[in-house]
Design a protein around this ligand. Structure first.
Ligand code: ZN
Ligand code: ZN
Length: 246
């Protein structure tokens, strides 16, 4: 008789597209994260090759394969001390993040958490003391029912064995959605929108987690609030970066 776990394996489905995987599949997923994926999805979700700016995460044209600081970041360093991300906000990764956030497909949380945790572990950055998700305003949280950044932040917090502290930061203004605004308007839109708790972040290294990094305006405002509360170091982790080439 087959042991129960061998039987269960026959019903394993790809965590991204739902295709039945049968008994033989690659359980390692991207970076050996232990997520069941079909070969197509594993390929589509593999961390992007090619050069990126380590500070802002923007990718270079295909001819540039090495990471190096882009001219913008050399002229004006970002608000955070270190950045990690999984890949570009396009293709399957974009579809999954949209389904998760806007259509409430919470079954995707495990896969997206694994991508977030893998991105941080791959980065090799110094270990943080606590993990803090970018907060939603209570009114928006009530409308959506969950904070996607908080759900994703569970991944790195568990993988690193660190406390997840959503209460370390609050959003005090219910700003209009950032989509459709240009970079300058996005920055103005989120100005003074966040406060953080000195007793929770003072003299600590905070890992700030969000789903998507676009212009970085929201994350920069969060970094500012954390530093005003005495955070010693702020690292940023986003699952995806909008693909704007330098
Ligand atoms: Zn698949
Ligand atoms: Zn840059």
């Amino acid at each position: 008789m087959r042991p129960w776990f061998a039987l269960a394996r026959l019903h394993v489905r790809c965590r991204a597209c739902g295709r039945a995987l049968g008994a033989r599949h690659d359980e390692s997923g991207p970076d050996g994260l232990g997520v069941a994926l079909c070969p197509d999805c594993a390929r589509a979700l593999a961390p992007a090759a090619g050069g990126r700016c380590p500070d802002c995460g923007r990718s270079f044209r295909a001819s540039e394969t090495a990471d190096h600081r882009c001219p913008d970041c050399l002229a004006r360093p970002p608000a955070w001390d270190a950045l990690a991300l999984h890949g570009s906000y396009e293709g399957l990764l974009r579809d999954l993040l949209l389904a998760f956030k806007l259509r409430g497909r919470l079954g995707l949380a495990g896969l997206l958490r694994a991508l977030a945790a893998g991105a941080w572990q791959r980065s090799g950055h110094a270990a943080p003391d606590l993990v803090v998700p970018v907060p939603l305003h209570p009114a928006r949280l009530a409308r959506r029912g969950f904070n996607q950044a908080r759900e994703l932040a569970v991944g790195p917090a568990r993988a690193l064995g660190l406390p997840l502290v959503p209460g370390a930061m609050r959003r005090i203004r219910d700003t209009p959605t950032q989509s459709g605004l240009d970079a300058a308007r996005r920055t103005a839109n989120v100005r003074d929108a966040f406060v953080s708790e000195h007793r929770l972040v003072g003299d600590r290294h905070v890992l700030l987690v969000d789903d998507i990094l676009t212009t970085g305006g929201t994350l920069a405002e969060c970094c500012l609030a954390l530093r005003l509360s005495g955070a010693r170091r702020v690292s940023v982790l986003a699952v995806a970066r909008t693909p704007r080439h330098v």
